[in-house]
Design a protein around this ligand. Structure first.
Ligand code: AHR
Length: 521
């Protein structure tokens, strides 16, 4: 419990995995002495698997100023917008590339009825958002608006269905409304609402956190419900559904086994797990100890993915079930005054957060054969967001350090992940991952130490690099962040790298995330 700040019940539910994680953190957080040379090896002939672009997926919820204000300001807003979508957010996100986007929750999903968000906005019912502060939700951002956002961003839509307070029939109808080409009452209603073309939504979540806010169920109860819902979910118009069952909190194998046992012959396409790394301090005032504790908990994230994969693989046809890290990131201590000013769960992203993002993204590359998709929570104004606005009404929109960490990993997308070796496997040791295409090798490094500048000597076993460049995101102050007054304090910069055939060398200052891109023979 010690890593977590005083929490609300909801935060407690979300943070349980992180609490569990702290118990597993080995005493020895540090391996290398300060200012050490670290020798690492990239085995270019040893392939792990595809770095699916979906490892860089995102999640948005009707929570605080994420959807309303962060992304959707409405067509009549003074804030520059593209048909109601905040223009600056769209532009930044397009530049990054958003492979997949999950909506409408989160906890909100199991209290959402999709019919509340279609048809003329003025006629949409007003509902109380019982999960995130009992504010009035006017439904003005609904299915069409979400799909419109996905089209603008060129992102695959991922809809989270309501299992906790809905029926199989309601989910079945939403699928028909979205995907049936034409001629049925529901598909004609979609056309009348402005979208004659089907939305072709492939990814469907069957509930969210069904062990907690999504129904407070036991795994066998949820498995029974999953079967009831899934049996009525059908492929329409050639869109093959990818159904995602609600998986564990962190490394809760009791839930995963109970789920898989209860599913019988039914196998979902994916199982989701959620893993937040709790933080004891406000984002911008972290102590060294609390930062180290949080960053070290990423070792537990890696371990948990390996465990959860093993559980799925131990079942008949379990190997075909994709493991999805549906919500991940740092969940710091959020003071009430920040929430009042900017929106619920609004949290700054600092150099520490960027290092955390880099640790996560390196893990996904190294476990490329074990994962299907990973969605950071959340894209704008909530938890470890990529963009921050000064509240729902604010004009400013800044790219956070987490945005920039993601941009440093973009070059890995669709390449083949490679095995790597490091000298120091302690939780706060140098973190590394690599991937390649025919022509290019990409290597990412994260130095999570606040007190050690590292020199990295990297051997490329099995290939020769012909030149190369590197970019680094670094700030010696772990609490440094991009603010509305100083939006580009922490941004990636070109960084010196020595390339000599199969040897590369670069210096990684304390708290840095760097990527080298190397043309290869
Ligand atoms: O991302 C915030 C919340 O965390 C989500 O609504 C829920 O799924 C999780 O508990």
């Amino acid at each position: 419990m010690s890593v977590l700040h005083p929490v609300s019940r909801r935060q407690f539910v979300a943070g349980t995995a992180a609490v569990a994680a702290s118990a597993f953190i080995p005493r020895k957080l540090f391996g290398a002495p300060a200012s050490a040379t670290q020798r690492v090896v990239v085995h270019t002939g040893s392939e792990i698997g595809l770095v699916r672009p979906e490892f860089h997926g995102h999640f948005i919820e009707h929570l605080g100023s994420c959807v309303y204000g962060g992304l959707w300001v409405g067509r009549n807003s003074q804030i520059p917008n593209i048909n109601g979508y905040r223009k600056q957010s769209v532009e930044y996100l397009k530049a990054l590339g958003i492979p997949v986007l999950r909506w409408p929750g989160g906890c909100f999903a199991d209290d959402y009825h999709w019919r509340d968000g279609i048809g003329p906005a003025a006629k949409r019912p007003k509902r109380v958002n019982i999960n995130w502060g009992n504010y009035i939700e006017d439904g003005s951002f609904g299915t069409h608006e979400f799909i419109g956002l996905c089209r603008l961003l060129d992102a695959q839509p991922y809809l989270a269905g309501n299992v906790g307070s809905s029926t199989p029939h309601e989910l079945r109808d939403w699928i028909e409304y979205c995907n049936y080409p034409s001629g049925s009452t529901l598909s004609d209603e979609r056309a009348a609402n402005g979208s004659p073309e089907p939305f072709r939504v492939r990814y469907w979540g069957v509930g969210n956190e069904s062990w907690g806010c999504g129904g407070n169920m036991r795994p066998e109860e949820y498995a029974r419900l999953y079967r009831d819902f899934a049996v009525y979910c059908r492929d329409f118009g050639g869109t093959e559904l990818f159904l995602v069952a609600s998986g564990p909190s962190g490394d809760d194998t009791r839930w995963s086994r109970g789920l898989m046992d209860g599913l019988g012959w039914e196998r979902p396409s994916g199982v989701s797990m959620h893993y937040y790394c709790g933080g004891a301090d406000r984002s911008t005032t972290f102590t060294i100890d609390h930062m180290n504790e949080q960053l070290a908990s990423y070792a537990k994230v890696e371990e948990s993915i390996i465990h959860q994969r093993a559980v799925l693989d131990s079942y008949d046809k379990g190997k075909n079930v994709g493991l999805i890290l549906d919500e991940w990131g740092v969940w710091d201590n959020i003071p009430e005054e920040d929430e009042k000013r900017y929106g619920k769960l609004w949290q700054q992203s600092t150099m520490r957060s960027a290092v955390a993002a880099g640790l996560g993204l390196n893990i996904f590359n190294r476990l490329a054969d074990k994962l299907y998709m990973c969605n950071i929570a959340q894209m704008v104004n909530v938890l470890q967001s990529l963009l921050l606005t000064d509240g729902p009404e604010g004009e400013h929109c800044v790219r956070t350090t987490t945005y920039h960490a993601f941009s440093l990993f973009k070059a890995h997308r669709s390449k083949t992940a490679l095995r790597v070796e490091t000298e120091d496997s302690s939780p706060l040791g140098l973190s590394l991952s690599a991937s390649k295409s025919d022509k290019e090798l990409v290597v990412s490094f994260v130095n999570p130490r606040h007190d050690a500048d590292l020199r990295v000597e990297c051997t490329l076993e099995g290939c020769v690099a012909v030149g190369g460049t590197a970019q680094i995101l670094h700030d010696a102050d772990w609490n440094a962040c991009n603010t509305f007054d100083n939006p580009d304090r922490a941004v990636p910069n070109a960084h010196p790298i020595k390339v000599n055939g199969s040897k590369i060398q670069l210096d990684l200052p304390a708290l840095s995330v760097a990527t080298a891109i190397l043309p290869i023979h």
